[in-house]
Design a protein around this ligand. Structure first.
Ligand code: AMP
Length: 471
């Protein structure tokens, strides 16, 4: 048996961990599990990839199993809130794995899919419910779920919840929970407004911090290349052709700042013969699931994503992360590169920095204390770039056919008489679009400088602090 047995976890859980091949607890698991088994509240500051899902799941499942109350109708005993659908599904999958030898049921609900099946599944209640906030509130409003039997409450990725504008739904949910409960609050960063949010949920918590706040994920080799915005696509395509071809890169995530930018990158890669898919808030749930499944299964080696959609994604084999555009919030850089080098592996992060993104690079350097190494342009870059195929014009290709088949992402695609489908998990976006996808005031896309830029070269003028690049 593993060292997990030293932590006092029940035998069926140890057996499940054995099956998973986990030998030792990770640092956050070692710190959190004993306190959580005692029923303490917990404030966790943890980067992605640290094993925090198991850190909160294992002791919670242990406690639920030790106190078998049975299931309550239209209710759950443990509630886990996640900011994104993908992360919710991932947490639920992990928890099902840890609970496989226990008589505990795990259900997952999120928006973007019909609510009726979720309502039906909830009739007899469940032990663990993993949910995104919008859909959870919808279920409560439709009287399909009540929260007065929640014994354990977990709020995951609190900083992203704030970014997504979930503060009001969270406060509503907090008011519906029983006062007597165990609460766990996790965030990758802990600025003061997140700490204040935490105070609404937790009482006298044990504080667990596995990496100093905003420390860049260890084991990630970081590179940056200074390059003009309009040359980024060619550099990405050529780097991927070489990296995927040689096996140096097995699978990679490419981050763009906008949804439109993500689609554009995919079109270029596909035209150059590289299998790629985009994942962002404008895609239907079916498209997002298919892209992620294809990526996880290794059928699609390149996933192009916006920050919001990619947060929390755990794919063990991600060998590289490309920052096609630098994030304007430096903490986002830490989240992005945390997608690689997960669970003890090493990883590669390559950032493309346009002249008007230099201020972001400076912020990233200041926050992480890391100065990425220069990533050289390929030899004959200009000639090779000129030979790359151009994609078909937007809207003529498979992308739209796919939208039409699946009911589309907008009203026109679904048919004129169809009302826009309400999606509670994204409904906050128009009023408070995620910072990472929101153009800065007075800065439209495409205002970046267009001069060719070489590593170490000089640039003219200083860009506005919040300039947004053309995706
Ligand atoms: P998380 O930070 O929860 O997303 O976990 C990151 C990855 O680490 C996931 O793929 C987990 O399955 C894996 N993991 C979690 N705990 C352990 C452990 N004790 N030993 C090995 N892998 C683990």
């Amino acid at each position: 048996m593993s060292y997990f047995s030293d932590l006092g976890l029940a035998e069926p859980i140890l057996r499940a961990l054995d099956k998973k091949g986990y030998a030792d607890p990770t640092p956050i698991q070692r710190q959190a599990i004993p306190a959580l088994l005692e029923g303490r509240d917990l404030l966790g500051i943890a980067q992605t990839g640290t094993g925090k899902t198991a850190a909160f799941s294992l002791p919670s499942l242990h406690r639920l199993a030790q106190n078998p109350t049975g299931r309550y109708k239209r209710a759950c005993r443990m509630l886990v809130l996640s900011p994104t659908r993908e992360l919710a599904a991932q947490i639920a999958d992990n928890m099902r794995g840890y609970a496989r030898f226990l008589d505990l049921s795990v259900q997952c609900v999120f928006g973007g899919v019909p609510i009726s099946k979720q309502i039906k599944n909830l009739v007899h209640g469940c032990d663990v419910m993993v949910a995104t906030p919008g859909r959870l509130i919808d279920l409560v409003e439709q009287k399909a779920l009540k929260l007065d039997h929640v014994e354990i409450f977990v709020l995951d990725e609190a900083d992203q919840m704030m970014d997504l504008g979930f503060i009001k739904p969270l406060t509503r949910i907090a008011n519906m929970l029983p006062k007597e409960r165990q609460s766990l609050f996790f965030s990758a960063t802990m600025p003061s407004e997140i700490a204040q949010l935490g105070q609404k949920f937790i009482t006298n918590p044990v504080k667990v911090e596995v990496a100093p706040q905003s420390t860049t994920a260890e084991r990630v080799d970081q590179f940056v290349t200074l390059i003009d915005q309009k040359e980024k696509q060619a550099l990405l395509t050529l780097t991927l052709q070489k990296g995927l071809g040689s096996g140096e890169i097995e699978s990679c995530l490419v981050f763009t700042r906008t949804k439109h930018g993500a689609d554009k990158v995919v079109r270029h890669l596909v035209a150059a013969g590289i299998e790629a898919a985009a994942i962002h808030g404008n895609k239907t749930q079916a498209q997002r699931t298919r892209a992620l499944d294809g990526f996880r299964a290794g059928r699609i080696p390149v996933l192009v994503a916006t920050d919001i959609a990619a947060r929390g994604i755990d794919v063990p084999g991600v060998s590289a992360v490309f920052n096609f555009e630098l994030p304007n919030v430096p903490e986002q850089y830490v989240h992005r590169i945390g997608r690689t080098a997960r669970a003890g592996r090493s990883g590669l992060a390559i950032s493309f920095c346009a002249p008007d993104e230099k201020a972001y690079l400076r912020d990233i350097r200041r926050l992480t204390g890391v100065d990425p190494d220069p990533f050289p342009l390929p030899r004959d870059f200009v000639e090779m770039a000129a030979r790359l195929p151009k994609p078909a014009r937007k809207g003529t290709g498979a992308e739209h056919a796919e939208d039409a088949r699946e009911g589309g992402t907008n009203r026109r695609q679904r048919g004129r008489n169809t009302k826009p489908r309400r999606n509670p998990d994204v409904k906050v976006e128009p009023a408070g679009r995620p910072r990472s996808e929101r153009p800065a005031k007075g800065q439209g896309a495409g205002q970046g400088q267009r001069r060719r830029h070489r590593p170490g070269g000089k640039r003219n003028g200083r860009p506005p602090r919040n300039a947004v690049q053309n995706g």
